[in-house]
Design a protein around this ligand. Structure first.
Ligand code: ADP
Length: 249
């Protein structure tokens, strides 16, 4: 569904991505993980065309992502950011329906879709007319997800969508999100810095370092057949709470 071939992206001398090859299969969830600044968000920004690669090519459903095709291709992708990225001056409903209105959908179709999405994302219907500032962080992310899903895109790109939430809300949304991904059979690319979250969601986990893909596969493969000692260090740096308890009983 999505394919990066030899993709390189530099920002004023900083190598954000260096010769990356990555294949993201249709209907699967690929999780990008790695230390801060390793190029995870850059991959999402290149896929959605907010930035262009310096070298290499990105293909979406067999078509190269060319600037002229981007507006049309973007409608086939949903994008969720860590802070939700909601427009503060629009209600939840206004945020969710913005693109559909722009595309001239009939109001009945819009209303039916919003109702469907509120049910899917477990968002309270009476919250639809509230503004983002009147919603909790978890509710804002549900609105952001509804907005991303409104046009029923084939691909969902999520940049640390749960990173700013407290642990219990995060746990609840993780379960809901995984259920939604499998029910809708979307191709999902998710960025996280949390290995447990990566293992929970990822059919494939892609570990990056300094703009390069170091290893891709399952957490089990990384644990038992690490590509190099960085992989092992990265995994062991994410201490599990139970392990911490054993050290300080
Ligand atoms: P990650 O998402 O893994 O934290 P990013 O993809 O955001 O990393 O960034 C990769 C590298 O590119 C980092 O070194 C970052 O500082 C740099 N970078 C990202 N965006 C820009 C930009 N707009 N201008 C300059 N440097 C940038």
């Amino acid at each position: 569904m999505l394919e990066l071939s030899h993709v390189t992206k530099h920002y004023a001398g900083t190598a954000a991505l260096e010769d990356c090859d990555l294949n993201m299969a249709s209907g699967e969830t690929t999780v990008l993980i790695g230390p801060s600044g390793c190029g995870k968000s850059t991959i999402l920004r290149l896929i959605i065309g907010l930035q262009l690669p310096d070298a290499g090519q990105i293909q979406f459903a067999g078509q190269p992502l060319e600037p002229a095709k981007l507006p049309a291709l973007r409608q086939r992708m949903g994008y969720v950011l860590q802070d939700g990225g909601l427009f503060p001056h629009l209600s939840a409903r206004g945020n969710v329906t913005l693109m559909a209105q722009h595309l001239g959908w009939a109001s009945q179709r819009i209303d039916a879709r919003v109702e469907e999405l509120a049910e899917l994302t477990h968002f309270p219907v009476d919250g639809l007319d509230r503004f983002p500032v009147q919603l909790s962080g978890g509710q804002q992310q549900r609105v952001s997800l509804m907005r991303a899903l409104m046009l029923d895109p084939e691909v969902l790109l999520l940049d640390e969508p749960l990173g700013a939430l407290d642990p219990m809300i995060r746990f609840e949304l993780q379960n809901d999100l995984r259920d939604i991904f499998s029910r809708l059979n979307k191709t999902v690319v998710m960025v996280t810095h949390d290995l447990a979250e990566a293992a929970f969601f990822g059919d494939t986990i892609v570990l990056l370092r300094d703009g390069r893909i170091i290893q891709q596969g399952t957490l089990r493969q990384m644990l038992h057949a690490p590509a190099d000692e960085f992989v092992t260090r990265f995994i062991h740096a994410q201490r599990a709470p139970l392990e911490a308890m054993e050290e300080h009983p």
